[in-house]
Write a protein that binds this ligand. Structure first.
Ligand code: CAA
Length: 259
């Protein structure tokens, strides 16, 4: 595979860190960037040394949306038949290990949608979220009209999608879009600490927790609870369940083997 040009990829312990790196366009998300991001996520997901991933941007922008210049002349047939713009955005949904978005600066349009595709969002105090597509004569196209109301409810989702206004980090936290707000200079430390905590747990249980929480958005309560119960029962087949509970009883730290 070729070296990516629009993202930076590194590891911190067992955490795979992907930094969106197209500073001249505030990390506007074009085909190449999304392809590189998808490939990097898939590689980390398949790597047994990796337990969790982080996607971040720059201080000024997580991502200012899909690339408007690239989209400007597209016809209906271009975007419908060829599925330009969003065809490779679903890759992130197939990632089974946790993905945390560390957001500073603008997360607008497709940038906000990308952050919402992650498992949770940690925001710097300068973060700004919005779905301003309405100002361009379009609507969100990568899940914004669906994930935003699930995260913040109908009132704020309608407000943001219809007025195109931005929401700051505190409003986003109050509304439930982000899990925590931290000072800008602490964003990566806090996010990496969360990611490393996750990496310290048994991977089968981590993956099951992600799968079960995601199921809440795909099913009714009875089916969702049944889905959870089956995963819960299945985890009693792991060595790590025996180890985790034995360690608690013996008042020592567990040594998980991801088996
Ligand atoms: N696409 C392409 N280029 C973009 C971009 C985008 N989404 N957002 C910013 N840029 C570029 C600008 O064109 C500018 O480039 P030049 O220096 O070459 O002129 C550079 O990034 C810096 O941007 P600004 O000068 O505008 O910076 P600012 O600080 O004055 O404003 C901003 C920042 C408010 C984020 C503003 O750039 C902005 O409004 N960007 C567009 C946001 C937007 O509409 N996003 C939705 C896109 S549609 C979408 O995402 C569809 C979907 O659902 C999949």
């Amino acid at each position: 595979s070729t070296t990516p040009e629009m993202i930076l990829v590194r590891t911190e312990g067992r955490v795979g860190v992907i930094t969106l790196n197209r500073p001249k366009a505030l990390n506007a998300l074009n085909e190449q960037l999304m392809n590189e991001l998808g490939a990097a996520l898939k590689a980390f997901d398949a790597d047994p040394e990796i337990g969790c991933m982080v996607i971040t941007g720059s201080e000024k922008a997580f991502a200012a949306g899909a690339d408007i210049g690239a989209m400007a002349t597209y016809t209906f047939a271009d975007v419908y038949v060829n599925d330009y713009i969003t065809r490779n955005w679903e890759t992130i949904r197939s990632v089974r290990k946790p993905v945390i978005a560390a957001v500073s600066g603008f997360a607008l349009g497709g940038g906000c949608e990308l952050a919402m595709m992650c498992d949770f969002i940690i925001a710097a105090d300068n973060a700004k979220f919005g779905q301003p597509e309405i100002k361009l004569g379009i609507i969100p196209g990568a899940g914004g009209t669906q994930r935003l109301p699930r995260a913040v409810g109908k009132a704020k989702a309608m407000d943001l999608a219809l007025t195109g206004r931005m929401m700051d980090a505190l409003e986003a936290e109050r509304a439930g879009l982000v899990s925590r707000v931290v000072p800008l200079d602490k964003l990566m430390d806090e996010t990496l600490a969360a990611a490393l905590t996750i990496c310290g747990f048994s991977l089968p249980s981590v993956m099951a927790a992600k799968e079960a929480v995601n199921r809440a958005f795909e099913s009714g309560l009875s089916d969702g609870v049944m889905f959870e119960r089956r995963l819960f029962h299945a985890l009693f087949a792991t060595a790590d369940q025996k180890e985790g509970m034995a360690a608690f009883v013996e008042k020592r730290a567990p040594v998980f083997t991801n088996t």
